[in-house]
Design a protein around this ligand. Structure first.
Ligand code: NAD
Length: 245
């Protein structure tokens, strides 16, 4: 079955964090196909995109100053922000008894504080733009536990509930907020991971495979567009059946 391009984000301005690689990159391509102006905020400058040009801003999501600069840039350049995909994330592997506080705090500052800052700085401009859609990257491990990756799982659980909090708080501003819960997706993050971890999670996935980043990007597109107009405080689970067990 083929996907149809319908201009679903025509005339909208989207900011995607961590859009240089993996799920964020696939989403940037998908959004470009659907007519969006795409701003990519990343610590890494992206290679060129197949579907068009993005506006790259250097953004470390854990830095308040970087967020302030990025949103000021978007306001000056486009005067609006309609979609925020808080996608940037990192993973550490230690359990609670193994982890050092520095590693713990690094995961928290990027995965959790980064998502909070993204909303803190984007909501005022979105409000001025007449509303918008925010998608925050959680994980299947924001819903259930697994061995190890203690800090990662803690931050992804926080993102899940933070999204529900924001959904309720900003509902009168017509800002919808949903969290995204991918299972195993074939990205540089997964490719850098220990094979044993990947095999274990694939084996625990009823569909028995990793997904392509585009399979997640399609769900993000749905959440970003007006097609999901009655969906807020909810969870987009794209996991090949992992959480159904
Ligand atoms: P990836 O490592 O392939 O890409 C992450 C991108 O984020 C990179 O471009 C990187 O430069 C950028 N980044 C890292 N730290 C940053 C920072 N401080 N500020 C700005 N950008 C930063 O990762 P991915 O697999 O595409 O994952 C994207 C999101 O999806 C993450 O939040 C991840 O936790 C989540 N996720 C991924 C999977 C998976 O299987 N790949 C599963 C569940 C959830």
């Amino acid at each position: 079955m083929s996907e149809q391009q319908q201009g679903r984000l025509e005339g909208s301005v989207s900011l995607i964090t961590g859009g240089a690689n993996g799920i964020g990159r696939a989403t940037a391509e998908r959004f470009l196909e659907e007519g969006a102006v795409v701003v990519v905020g990343d610590i890494e400058e992206p290679d060129s995109y197949e579907e068009g040009e993005v506006d790259y801003v250097e953004l470390d999501v854990s830095s308040q100053d970087d967020w302030e600069d990025a949103i000021t840039h978007i306001d000056d350049e486009y005067g609006e922000l309609d979609v925020l995909f808080n996608n940037a994330g990192i993973i550490s592997y230690d359990s609670i008894t193994e982890i050092d506080v520095e590693t713990w705090e690094r995961d928290v500052s990027v995965n959790q504080t980064g998502v909070m800052l993204g909303m803190k700085y984007s909501v005022p401009l979105m409000r001025e733009s007449g509303g918008g859609s925010i998608i925050n990257s959680s994980s299947i491990w924001g819903n259930v536990g697994a061995e190890g990756t203690a800090a990662y799982q803690a931050t992804k659980g926080a993102v899940r509930n933070m999204s529900k909090n924001a959904a309720i708080t900003y509902v009168d501003d017509d800002i919808r907020v949903n969290s995204l819960h991918p299972g195993p997706i074939d990205t540089p993050l997964m490719q850098a991971q220990d094979d044993a971890i990947n095999e274990e999670v694939i084996e625990a996935t009823p569909m028995g495979r990793m997904a392509e980043p585009r399979e997640v990007a399609n769900a993000v597109l749905f959440a970003a567009s007006d097609e999901s107009s009655f969906m807020t405080g909810s969870e987009l689970v794209i996991d090949g059946g992992y959480l159904a067990q």
